[in-house]
Design a protein around this ligand. Structure first.
Ligand code: GLC
Length: 623
């Protein structure tokens, strides 16, 4: 039975090490190691394993493939792969919990067919819950969590996320994103907590604590990954990536023309706190700093992050990101690994990567010391994550399945939605609404759409509109909140409100992710403005709920509404919105991004000279 052999192998290794595998030896009893020293403390065990490894096995540990590109599942074994990922949309057959679990176990079993039986780290973008999987709780995206100013809540959300990720077996979340988005036209603004470095640092640290816990071998926690290092949110207009079909995007994966002092002050606070919190992995950014791709910057990856900040875990590249380094693929690999990259998210042509890296080492273009350093870092994290513990299991814990997507988890998500909502306008005051009203009319494309509530990185890379997963839409929540005598009517287009006590209009951005979210005008869509205008014609008080991944240009919409609140991308628990609408929770959310009057003000951030936004950083009304 494989497990027995594996146990023997682990015991053999541990005997070789003549120390226990599960606890790091502490040099001076009674003093807890710093968060990063926890990884270094495994070096005696790690170096003994390293001494057993062939070059092939070392290079395998540095190779991460996306499971959807595996042409043969035996390649996991034959190339000694150290890690797999499911990138956005890289899903098993049905996206069900069971299919995700079975996929993980199938792949992990392959890794245990290797000589040393070193288990896989399996990474997923659990950036707002385990949001690839149908039935998982989908939490608000980070822009909403920034508005809560609540690190304890962020830590609890991350703890629950880790538990739901482990339910499918996966043990690595590519989170938190500690970007500091400075221009709201960037398509990944919603993945950042805030434009303010200190708020990002505080909430990012809380997320690392929640995901990793205090002991990374805890079967209810996952390895975290602070991303994207460094300056992903600081790219300037016109420098974005040009995709293979020749489309040039304005911001995403662009260039950050800043001095080192400015880069550190604005974009690196989140890494200082994440490293201090013991983050085990960091993902360099696709973007460039003063023209040099982060994935190939020795200054960033080795001199600052590893040597100066003392990061002892490992760096994993972004998805095909080393391919963007100038030069051919061979020179990309040489540049990135020599700059300090430890694991490469290839993720498709892993055989080519593997063979090319091996040649580069054999030719001496990449010194063996660099390979050993990379593999040492990867194995440290695997030891700390308990993958070498004799009682570690390659199977997911089925006892966790009953709590997956549970009511208890959804209660926390609902609280996060409540606290994330920012009230921008409340004429009258119209809000809070009366649950006993005679008729409440609900309208707009976002009123009954769980996909629109959730945004990108949900079930699929780009997300999608429609009933894409389980949860409560805002309309369903309203129907579940009002009195039995209250009539709730609905239209998509703003019509039908005449005679109602109030009309609630839910509009906003359709889901997007990464460069497909880059937007040059930040205008609310004309269709959405028409819905509000049609509702206005009813002469009934108009309450607008905006679903958006960033501040939009809304002055026209504000003129047509009596109350206006932004719910950002709240995720599966729409009831958090109605808790605020009907006064069960008085809004406490405060903008973590400056709200511009016009797009010409972009980039506009707290602390700027001549700061004259529509709503300033920190703004938020209450009842
Ligand atoms: C993506 C994103 C990164 C994500 C990775 C794996 O392109 O930039 O945030 O973790 O690839 O899906």
């Amino acid at each position: 039975m494989k497990l027995a052999n594996r146990t023997k192998a682990v015991i053999l290794i541990c005997l070789l090490l003549s120390v226990s595998c599960s606890e790091p030896p502490s040099d001076t009893p009674g003093t807890a190691p710093t968060a990063q020293q926890v990884f270094v403390a495994f070096d005696s065990q790690v170096d003994s394993v390293l001494a057993l490894m062939t070059l092939d096995e070392k290079i395998g540990q540095m190779t991460q493939a996306d499971q959807e590109f595996l042409t043969d599942v035996n390649h996991i074994r034959d190339y000694f792969l150290g890690s797999l990922l499911s990138g956005g949309g890289s899903d098993p057959e049905t996206n069900s919990l069971e299919d995700w679990r079975d996929l993980y176990e199938r792949y992990q079993a392959k890794a245990l067919e290797t000589r040393l039986q070193i288990p896989l780290l399996y990474g997923v973008d659990a950036v707002h819950g385990h949001s690839n999987v149908i039935g998982a709780v989908v939490f608000p995206h980070n822009i909403g969590l920034g508005a809560t100013r609540n690190p304890e809540l962020v830590e609890e959300i991350s703890r629950i996320t880790a538990k739901e990720v482990r339910t499918t077996g996966m043990n690595w979340a590519f989170a938190p994103c500690v970007a500091v988005p400075r221009d709201d036209r960037w398509g990944r603004t919603y993945e950042g907590y805030s434009e303010d470095p200190q708020l990002v640092a505080e909430l990012g640290e809380a997320a690392v604590r929640g995901l990793q816990g205090t002991d990374l071998s805890d079967p209810l926690r996952t390895l975290a990954c602070a991303k994207h290092y460094a300056g992903d949110g600081g790219t300037v207009l016109g420098t974005g990536i040009t995709t293979e079909d020749g489309t040039q995007f304005p911001f995403d994966r662009g260039d950050v023309p800043l001095s080192e002092e400015e880069l550190r002050r604005i974009h690196m606070e989140g890494y200082v706190t994440a490293v201090a919190a013991g983050v085990g992995t960091i993902m360099p950014s696709y973007s460039s700093w003063n023209g040099t791709r982060c994935s190939g910057s020795r200054r960033l990856l080795t001199e600052i992050l590893k040597d100066e900040l003392g990061f002892e875990g490992f760096l994993v590249s972004d998805f095909k990101a080393i391919d963007d380094i100038p030069g051919d693929y061979r020179s990309d690999i040489e540049t990135s690994i020599n700059a300090g990259m430890d694991m490469v998210m290839v993720p498709d042509r892993y055989e080519l990567f593997y063979g090319t890296l091996k040649e580069l080492v054999e030719k001496g273009s990449i010194p063996m010391e660099r390979i050993d350093d990379a593999v040492r870092r990867i194995l440290r994290v695997k030891f700390a994550a308990g993958l070498f513990d004799p009682n570690w299991s390659p199977r997911a814990d089925r006892a966790l399945e009953e709590s997956f997507g549970s009511e208890a988890h959804r209660v926390v998500a609902r609280q996060a939605v409540r606290e994330s909502i920012v009230l921008l306008e409340n004429e009258g005051p119209v809000l809070p609404l009366d649950k006993g009203a005679t008729r409440i009319h609900v309208s707009g494309p976002g009123a009954n759409d769980i996909g629109m509530q959730s945004g990108g990185w949900t079930i699929d890379w780009q997300g999608d509109v429609g009933p894409i997963t389980e949860g409560t839409t805002i309309l369903e929540a309203i129907q579940g909140t009002v009195s039995a005598a209250t009539e709730v009517t609905f239209s998509e287009d703003g019509s039908g409100a005449v005679g109602a006590d109030v009309v609630i209009v839910v509009v906003g951005e359709r889901p997007y992710a990464e460069f497909l979210g880059d937007d040059l005008d930040l205008e609310m869509s004309s269709a959405d403005r028409q819905v509000i205008s049609r509702a206005r014609e009813s002469s009934v008080p108009v309450v607008v709920v905006l679903l958006s991944g960033r501040p939009l240009i809304v002055e026209t919409a504000l003129d047509m509404s009596d109350a206006f609140l932004v719910a950002w991308l709240p995720g599966s628990e729409g009831a958090g919105v109605t808790d605020v609408l009907f006064g069960d929770y008085a809004p406490t959310g405060r903008l973590s991004y400056t709200w511009p009057r016009t797009v010409d003000q972009e980039p506009i951030n707290v602390g700027d000279p001549d700061y004259d936004p529509l709503y300033p950083f920190g703004f938020g009304l209450t009842y």
